[in-house]
Design a protein around this ligand. Sequence first.
Ligand code: ADP
Ligand code: MG
Length: 379
Amino acid sequence: MSVLAEFEALYGVEPEGIWAAPGRVNLIGEYTDFNDGFVMPLALPHTAVAAVARRTDGTLRVHSADIEGGIVQLDVSALEPLASTDWAAYPAGVVWALREAGHPVTGADIHLASTVPTGAGLSSSAALEVVTALALNDLFGLGLSRPELAVVAQRAENAFVGVPCGVMDQMASACAAEGHALFLDTRDLSYRQVPFDLAAQGLRLLVVDTRVKHALGDGAYAARRAGCEAGARALGVRALREVPYVHLPDALARLSDESVRRYVTHVVSDNHRVERTIALLDAGDARAVGPVLTEGHASLRDDLRVSCPELDLAVEAANAAGALGARMTGGGFGGSAIVLVEERAAAAVSAAVEKAFAEAGFAAPRIFPAVPSEGARRL
Ligand code: ADP
Ligand code: MG
């Protein structure tokens, strides 16, 4: 059944519209977004779709085609932050964040269905938040810009659900353009669409979903974040983004804590890798991005220490089979890796990764191409 027909069957009325917002992969710039740094995500063809109708009686009803358990009914004036981490907290958090900011959202009926794999580091949560935010923005005539919607969505996840994520995922879902990567400065949310037409250059970007579930809530993410903040304080800067790559040796000489030194090394060098990637793409040399990805992986594995055996194996096996470069993407500890390959080598590289996983006794990975796709939109 279509999302439209499902909405009608659930709520007994027609939706006022249907919206879609994509998941994303991050090409380069990892754990930089909470350091005011640079990131470069691209939107996937996989989307969360929402059919929505306004209500004026203060009732919020949400339903997901992908979750057992029926309609969740809430009262918009009684939404409590951090009360639940159940899936409904994501769309409810968006309603809460909009109302907190003074927007007159008086209720809604929402039916969601998503093709973004969950817990695979591909931002199914941001897709859900952004599609909800865009739909309510349109229906209630709120007039918020795409970056403003992304900030509302991030606030929903941070303050209502309780996940301390940066703003990259929501910005990617809200602002990405087809055939492009989004070069985003997370300090002021300024961004530029960088042409990333892989097919035209005979290239492919593969996503390798290791099927290992990441769990950012386990404190590792918070520890990295706290370590980066401690590093910035010790260096007398507001955020690590202010440490230029050429000053990294000086900065490290002024830091004593071993883990803080490693985190600073990662953040400062990954920011630099984003700048190098931009320069390569602007020069039309997407192939040369491969080794930059592999360098980034080594830094995530050895300095930040957020990789895992499955991600390391995906990167190693892909590179050994002739990929141009590869790295883990997203928060790590599982989730997905990306692999840049010549189109003609894609099948052989995929097969080599699958074989390596089987030999290691790991669950079979799910491998698919990341086609740079359009950001959130009304359908
Ligand atoms: P990621 O964003 O990397 O996929 P998260 O842990 O941040 O992983 O978000 C996954 C959570 O988002 C799920 O546990 C669920 O609560 C919610 N979610 C994602 N997609 C859907 C969906 N289609 N229906 C309901 N909830 C969803
Ligand atoms: Mg998420």
